[in-house]
Structure formats: structure tokens, C-alpha cells
Design a protein around this ligand. Structure first.
Ligand code: MRU
Length: 333
């Protein structure tokens, strides 16, 4: 059965609350853009492509709320500015909202709610189609003899709309041959353990969970063929931001001489940003690192550094797989 982490109806958005997985599969209806901002911040909805959809969905909810107000466009732009502050790193959120702003600039007020809904709808179609094409491009590109894959964080249907990015490619490969997937648990919020393992079980793909610090030993002992991850922002030179810990894997791939691939839709490429040093890295609440599974595991007041993403340098990435094509280093988008 296909998983849809985010859906739209004619009056509301629906999301699966990903903070409750794998223990509980609960859908929430969202009718207020402020509630969507809270959901994005709390990672109830997460993953770069899904965040883009959630942001555009929030803008559409705001448009319905302010439709009857005299200063409709002004209030809507203010709401969009609030949505932009929810999470800084995934460029999909900003691309989606820039699209809404373009519509606001060129559309009459009385047609605006409908125009934004149509745009939202087109984004859903884009994400679905691109995740399918990306999976096929990855399948065609990755050598047929590879059967052991290591991945990080969650890049499946939950993080997108459709098939996923890295996990979409892996899923397509699993349709044709016997493979095994090793998933990093992804400290501190365990997207790999909670979400990727849940998805892999649903997909019927043999999978092994490891904690992040087991990656080097696992690559060596279990003869991992390649590493494949998703992305939250890819710069013009190919430097790629993804979940914290991804750069460790890029470095390990280089050390063990196995390919490190990124799979992401074109909507994750930031053609405005020259290189990774310019990416704003989200820093999250220190409590996330002082705890494990909600349980205190460090002194309450101890200092913590909690970046949510890191940037893998382009030269460590063998290829970037999008729905359009497979790019190889040195990158030219
Ligand atoms: O903080 P998250 O869970 O939103 O981070 C998600 C990731 O880093 C994913 O790997 C990324 O968005 C890539 S693809 C869906």
C-alpha cells in the first residue's frame, strides 16, 4: 500500500504525524497555516520535498483565511514571511513559497485562492512524477551488480510525495533484484530507525538497522557496494546539505573507495547559491541531544551543539540523480 505523508482536500491539508511513527500511524487535519508552521518546526511533516508541499499548503490555508479581508494580499505575504521562518535549510520550502509570491504578484484578489490551490496541485503532481522518474534514472545508472546499500535519515514516501528520493531509487532497484539495505538510525531524532525501517518493512525490502557510529565497520565487514542519500539543498557547484551525519558517510565512501550518490528532485537544487559555505544550517533545540527517545541521557544543563544538517563537498559525491538526468562531478546544473 502506498504511503502519502501529506494530502490536500478542497478545505484542508492532511499529514501523517511523523513524530509518532513507528508506534502510531495518526493523520492530522490542518486548517490553519499557523498549525502547519508548528507541524513543520516539530517535524510532524519533514523531508525536503514534503516540506515544500507543506509550505505551499500553509500559504493556501492562509489565502482562504484572509480572502475576505480588505488588505488580503498584504496579510497573505505576512503569513508567507512567517512560513519562511519555519525551517531554513531545505530550499524546496523557499522555491514553493517563491512560486506562491509570483502568483500573488500577477493574480487578481478574487482569483487568488483558486490560483494558489491550482499551483499547490501542480506541485503535488510535480513531486510525484519527479520521484518516479528519479527512481528510474537511479535504477538505470547504478551498476546492476550492486546489492548492498547504505542510506541515512529518511528519504522515502514519508519525506516526499510519491516514491521518495534515495529510498525511491532503492525501492525501484528492489523491484528487479534481491538487495539488502543498511539504514543509519540518524541521531538525534532517529528518522532512520523510526521512519526508514518502518518504510522498508512496508516495502518488503530486507533491511538492517545500525547506529550511526557503526557505519565504517559495517561498510568494511558487510561489503557495502554504495551509499545513497537525499538532499535538502544542492548548490551550484554540487555541495550538498543533507541530514547531519551524511558528510561522515561521504568521507567514509571516499576512504573505502565506494560510490556516494545523492538522489533529489531538481526542486532541491539552489541555482542561486555558489557553494555549501553559504547554506544556512538549522540548529535545533539542545534537549534533542540531551535525550534519547524522550529519556534524559545527559545532564540537563550540559552544553550541546545540535546542527540538523551538514554539507558534503561536491568532490566526494560520485553522482547526483534527479528526475531530469544523472549529473556527475564536476557539477554543472
Ligand atoms: O530534518 P529532516 O527529517 O526534515 O531531514 C530530512 C533529510 O535530511 C532528508 O534526508 C532530506 O530531506 C532528503 S530527501 C527527502
Amino acid at each position: 500500500m502506498k504511503i502519502y505523508s501529506i494530502l490536500r482536500s478542497k478545505t484542508a491539508m492532511m499529514i501523517i504525524d511523523q513524530t509518532l511513527l513507528p508506534l502510531q500511524e495518526k493523520r492530522i487535519e490542518i486548517k490553519d497555516y499557523r498549525q502547519m508552521i508548528e507541524a513543520i518546526k516539530a517535524l510532524r511533516i519533514r523531508g525536503a520535498p514534503a516540506i515544500g508541499l507543506a509550505a505551499a499548503g500553509a500559504a493556501w490555508l492562509a489565502s482562504m483565511e484572509f480572502e475576505k479581508d480588505s488588505n488580503f494580499k498584504e496579510k497573505l505575504l505576512q503569513a508567507i514571511a512567517e512560513i519562511e521562518l519555519s525551517r531554513p535549510t531545505a530550499v524546496n520550502l523557499f522555491h514553493a513559497l517563491n512560486g506562491v509570491k509570483e502568483i500573488i504578484a500577477k493574480t487578481k484578489e478574487e482569483e487568488l485562492v483558486f490560483a494558489i490551490y491550482e499551483y499547490l496541485d501542480s506541485l503535488f503532481h510535480y513531486e510525484y512524477d519527479s520521484s518516479k522518474a528519479m527512481a528510474q534514472n537511479g535504477f538505470d545508472y547504478i551498476p546492476k551488480e550492486y546489492t548492498r546499500f547504505l542510506t541515512h535519515c529518511n528519504t522515502g514516501a514519508l519525506a516526499t510525495y510519491g516514491f521518495g528520493t534515495a529510498l525511491g531509487v532503492i525501492g525501484r532497484i528492489a523491484e528487479e533484484r534481491q538487495i539488502k539495505v543498511y539504514a543509519d538510525e540518524t541521531r538525534p531524532l532517529l528518522q532512520g530507525a523510526r521512519l526508514t525501517m518502518w518504510e522498508l518493512q512496508k516495502m518488503g525490502i530486507p533491511a538492517v538497522l545500525i547506529s550511526d557510529n557503526m557505519a565504517a565497520h559495517t561498510i568494511k565487514e558487510h561489503k557495502i557496494d554504495c551509499i545513497i542519500a537525499g538532499a535538502d539543498r544542492i548548490c551550484k557547484n554540487g555541495d550538498t546539505a543533507n541530514k547531519i551525519g551524511t558528510m561522515n558517510l561521504a568521507i567514509l565512501a571516499d576512504y573505502f573507495k565506494i560510490p556516494f550518490y545523492i538522489a533529489a528532485p531538481e526542486s532541491t537544487i539552489d541555482r542561486e547559491l555558489d557553494n555549501g559555505s553559504l547554506i544556512k544550517i538549522e540548529e535545533r533545540n539542545k534537549a534533542e541531544v540531551r535525550q534519547f527517545g524522550g529519556q534524559q541521557t545527559a545532564p540537563v544543563e550540559c552544553d550541546v551543539f545540535n546542527p540538523a544538517f551538514d554539507v558534503s563537498p561536491a568532490h566526494l559525491i560520485k553522482a547526483i540523480i534527479t528526475e531530469k538526468k544523472v549529473y556527475e562531478y564536476p557539477y554543472k546544473f
